[in-house]
Design a protein around this ligand. Sequence first.
Ligand SMILES: *Cc1c(COP(=O)(O)O)cnc(C)c1O
Length: 368
Amino acid sequence: MDVPFLELKRQYNELKPLLDEAVISVVKEQFFVKGKRVESFESHFSSIKTVRHCIGVGNGTDALFITLKALGIGNGDEVLIPAHGWLSAAEMVKLTGAVPVFVDVCEDSFCINSDLIQAHINSKTKAIIPIHLYGQMADMTKLSQIAKAADLHLIEDCAQAHFASQHGKASGSTGIAGTFSFYPSKLLGAFGDAGAIITNAPQLDTQCRAFANHGELTKNEHCFTGMNSRLDALQAAVLDVKLKRVKSWIARRNEVANYYEHHLKEIDSVQTPIILDGNTHDFHLYVIRCKRRDELQKFLLSRGIRTAIHYPHATPYTKAFMANDYQPEDFPVSYVLQGEVLSLPMFPELREEELAHLVESIRAFYSK
Ligand SMILES: *Cc1c(COP(=O)(O)O)cnc(C)c1O
């Protein structure tokens, strides 16, 4: 039996009439960039996220870049970033001219380890970008305390935890801003690239909006050098349809996670995800830590099961950041995770027989 890692067609087939209708409407309207479709999505998204402002942008990487630029971060500044996670934040900090300073992650949540942050703060430090990885939030209570004491901006990378919460607070609503990606495979995915920034700060909303639109603060007034990174109407219309379903999708993802947990927790060589106290988990990805990872992945593939690795290289150990000559002992947890993390298929439309085949195969592998 073939088990896909992710099969977006199943979601599309379920919502086909609504999605087709949304796309055709935009095509008929012939109004493609910004406009009422985008405003509608921005207002629905900010309300579900319990924040005042949402700015639709081109993608999740741009969302980070725009936020950093709007906060005035650049040459001579340093920004703290977890070593393990997707590399967009580190890339964008570098592109502003600032220096990404990596911090190792926690053994349990795989998110930035707040106990290690203080040692990295100096007079150049301007911000911390926690990445809410795989679907749950980093420890925002501690991070907020540190950020407040040292007068740092907290920018939450929510691209993997769109609807996660911590002690009832929505992801992206604690820091000065939250950034989102609607890349097709994300929890809330568009029909192409798309992203957003949320914030409660009116000033930052204005700056981000203008920066993403050629520095245009008011019509025809280009007040500073910006860029073009806008959400388009087709993506907004698709996202608006899907937004109504996300609650039930996340509930189903949690059911799948419970199934995995129930059937895998007894296996000594497998560590199932640990959910931090006070956190709800989106399960954008279901990532286990396991022994003989590469062998297991091959074995599963031989049984038709596709898995993935997020990520084979922690950011400091990628070629892009290799010039700094980071050593394994600089980020010991991130270093070990590179060889142990495995993402199992996780999407709401996974079938019972696929799940059964999967857990049976993992058990078979470790009882060999
Ligand atoms: C996907 C992702 C991004 C980048 O989003 P794009 O829309 O692909 O640019 C940024 N951060 C994290 C943690 C991500 O998973």
